[in-house]
Design a protein around this ligand. Structure first.
Ligand SMILES: [Zn+2]
Length: 123
């Protein structure tokens, strides 16, 4: 069975990364961080969009959910966890529109490594 839990410890780390990397366009209050258990996907984490029609229908601001799949995420080293968070944050566009940016051109190992190094250097 698929279950979701809030993950405040990941949210704290996420806010830290947003601050250190100057990703001021991301509104942390509008990013919900969940851990999941029992997900059938092979992903370590996923960033979920909120399409504009839902924003209008529910009259809410753009939001994102970042889901961390416990079975795979929990076993990673701290460095790998930081990289996963950076990877997911890179899917959020500068417009914070509720839509997602694709991997191509925006999210890849090279960009993640570069930002992760900047994050470590800033600590
Ligand atoms: Zn991705």
């Amino acid at each position: 069975m698929l279950r979701f839990f809030p993950a405040p410890e990941i949210k704290v780390q996420m806010k830290n990364i947003i601050d250190k990397l100057g990703m001021g366009y991301i509104k942390p209050d509008n990013v919900v961080v969940f851990k999941s258990e029992g997900s059938t996907s092979n992903a370590i984490a996923r960033c979920w969009e909120l399409p504009r029609i839902w924003q209008e229908a529910l009259t809410i601001e753009p939001h994102y959910v970042i889901e961390f799949c416990s079975e795979r995420y929990n076993n990673l080293s701290e460095e790998e966890k930081e990289k996963v968070i950076i990877h997911e944050l890179l899917h959020i566009p500068k417009t914070f529109s509720g839509a997602l940016r694709p991997h191509k051109g925006y999210v890849n190992e090279r960009i993640v490594s570069k930002l992760h190094k900047a994050f470590k250097d800033s600590v």
